[in-house]
Ligand binder design. Structure first.
Ligand code: SF4
Length: 409
């Protein structure tokens, strides 16, 4: 997470109606030079100005397709804006209205800790014949971690395609076979555990790497015996849902269907009726029969929006805890207007720009994900492969701008 300098006080004193009017006016003035992207978990009054609403990867792909758009304002969190910067051309400028909008989960995997874990695991398994370690990172991670993963032969995954990516990483290794080929999964232990379990791997095949403990808190034997080494990260929002919330809603609402996001802990997922990404939840609710009853385990703004959009269905959040993404909530109308005012004056502030080295390797890890999910051959990294000297390294634009394949929506 970065530090956001407080915006001038007068922005915070503008009445809501005037804020809305001024944002709309600025947006109209910038016309096609600007696109505003809004994540599903964003508050309604910000989403109202979004040209596209979706999950983080959908939105980044959307931005990448708008090659003529000069400014991309990402109303989400830091890692999402980084992905948008990686996927758009170097000419396009990605802006995060509040630099303090980070993601606690992404922050739990720092690149130096990731590199340290890699060394320890490799060392612990050095005598294992045929040993291979494959890094997989959830898209909710920093560009530096995606870059590490790309450089070390791994791929990014989303909550929708995680199983597909894990199958690719395991090749033909089945549950019960000796884990010569291991996966280290960043940064969300729950998505990794829930997906591997659904694929038939028992909890005993998974070890949790505690990044705050020496050697991840694991013995060499535990490392060698594990098929999956799960980084001990979590989403502070989805972590709030507990198994007793499922029991409680089932007691209170007859025939309720419980649908949760796979970032929820394993015990909650075991009790739910359905599990899936934000897009899966959206689609399931949209297609659900009139009169059906739903308890949803995901961020509250998305749940409230679904309830409003489907008054013919009974929709509630799985728990009444404060299940909102507090960092995403930092993006509000005053901060949005603040960056727009600067754009009108010709100044780009709060630009999110990934260094050239991490841009190159994170594109490689994202491209692998696209190749795997489309079933095509895995593209080799484009040449020349950069050499890291400093964060200011610059690669030729034709390398930075190599197009990514687009998977169908
Ligand atoms: S909901 Fe969780 S994973 Fe998503 S941005 Fe917020 S803290 Fe990060």
């Amino acid at each position: 997470m970065q530090w956001q300098q407080p915006i001038p006080k007068h922005y915070l004193q503008i009445p809501k109606a005037a804020l809305m009017e001024r944002i709309a006016q600025r947006k109209a003035e910038l016309g096609e030079r600007l696109v505003i992207l809004g994540h599903h978990y964003q508050q309604d009054e910000v989403v109202a100005f979004a040209d596209f609403v979706g999950d983080s990867f959908q939105l980044s792909r959307q931005a990448a397709q708008l090659t003529e758009t000069e400014f991309v304002i990402f109303c989400g969190v830091h890692f999402m804006a980084e992905s948008a910067d990686v996927l758009t051309s170097p000419r396009q400028k990605v802006i995060l209205p509040d630099l303090g909008a980070g993601c606690s989960m992404a922050d739990m995997a720092q690149p130096e800790d990731v590199a340290g874990a890699w060394e320890v695991i490799t060392d612990a398994c050095r005598d294992t014949e045929g040993f291979e370690l494959v890094p997989i990172t959830y898209v909710n991670s920093s560009a530096a971690v995606k870059s590490f993963v790309g450089e070390h032969g791994g791929a990014v995954c989303t909550s929708s395609n995680c199983e597909n990516i894990l199958r690719w990483a395991l090749q033909d290794q089945k549950p019960g076979e000796h884990p010569k080929r291991k996966i280290i999964f960043f940064p969300d232990q729950h998505l990794g555990r829930n997906t591997a379990y659904r694929m038939g791997f028992g909890l005993e095949t998974m070890a949790t790497w505690d990044y705050r403990a020496a050697r991840g808190g694991l013995t060499d034997l535990q490392i060698r015996d594990a098929n999956f080494i799960l980084w001990k990260g979590h989403c502070s929002v989805h972590q709030l849902f507990r198994p007793e919330h499922v029991d409680d809603i089932r007691r209170r609402v007859p025939d309720v269907r419980v649908i949760v996001h796979p970032e929820c802990r394993w015990e909650v997922v075991q009790k739910a009726d359905q599990v899936g990404s934000t897009e899966f939840i959206n689609r399931t609710i949209r297609e659900a029969p009139i009169g059906s009853r739903w308890a949803i385990g995901t961020e509250v703004h998305m749940v409230n929006r679904l309830a409003k959009a489907h008054p013919d269905k009974q929709i509630t959040i799985l728990s009444d805890c404060q299940c909102l993404c507090t960092t995403m909530y930092r993006i509000d109308m005053p901060h949005l207007l603040h960056v727009l005012d600067h754009l009108i004056e010709g100044q780009v502030i709060n630009r999110i720009s990934v260094n050239d080295y991490d841009r190159y390797w994170s594109r490689v890890s994202l491209q692998r994900m696209l190749d795997i999910t489309s079933g095509g051959p895995i593209a080799s990294p484009p040449l020349p492969v950069p050499v890291k000297q400093s964060d200011d390294d610059h690669l030729p634009n034709d390398i930075l701008g190599h197009p990514l394949a687009v998977i169908p929506g």
